[in-house]
Design a protein around this ligand. Sequence first.
Ligand code: PEP
Ligand code: MN
Length: 315
Amino acid sequence: DVSRGDYMTVIGPVGDERKLPFDKIATLSGVKEATMVETPYKLISREYARFYGEPGAHKTVHIGHVHMGNGEPVIIAGPCAVESAEQVAETVESVIRAGARVLRGGAYKPRTSPYAFQGMKTEGLKLLAEARERHHIPVCTEVVDPRDVETVAEHCDILQIGTRNMQNFPLLTEVGKSGRAVLLKRGMASTIEDLLMAAEYVLSEGNERLLLCERGVRTFEPSTRYTLDLSAVAVIRRYSHLPILVDPSHATGHWWAVPAMAKAALAAGADGLVIEVHPRPKEAYCDGAQSLKCETFETLMAELKPIAAAVGRKL
Ligand code: PEP
Ligand code: MN
């Protein structure tokens, strides 16, 4: 499509950008600028969902008997790290009683320091798989290395990609191929568009069971660990059909700030929450300061119900 004006000619090519040397066009003499008119993401966009006839242009992600993105927020809860059989048993029983639908727990921990606890690895995966069998609850756990994807996928229902790996493209490709549901956390210094493009990597491998998660971004504010960007919920709901969850635990870094941000996230329309819970936070190997005690989590779950109802959602 070509439009000729007195001073400028606009050429509008349509099609697969891989077949068009877009970057080179911008460097040609006589070219003022080359800009992309359409959004660079495709498979994750609402238009795509609408095209495939999903009502409301939002898709539901099914994980066993748990459905994400259908208007009933799903709470994922559990410890930061799997530490022992007792710790997993205590936590899973208590979070299920309180109403959590998915158990979380890290077996591979991507720590800032190489000297910090790195997780129980395969032993931790086994404990998670046991809890999943015993309680019929889906399990979410992080995978940090493309070589571990197969093993981790055998032991869990949702593969978590952490903030530090949001743009680890070989890892995204591998979890995309695994066919397991994926929880993709926003990079702590990534834009929402970066997150959506990372999501596109997973979907482009044919894996449509993807959940996005806002977990706070780095700002100049030191009183919380990160800054929860709740507007990500509104932005992602506008542009994508993918469910968007919020993690108030990592976003704030303080157990006392978690309930307020969890409520705000549900009020904003989040499709679910990821909350760290530990039977004895003071003894936690990691992230104790942001972990809720089992009783505090139970109280929070009760408080979340009327908030979900107020925005037309059932918890
Ligand atoms: C976690 O969920 O335990 C975790 C490490 O989160 P994040 O990648 O958001 O820091
Ligand atoms: Mn953690």
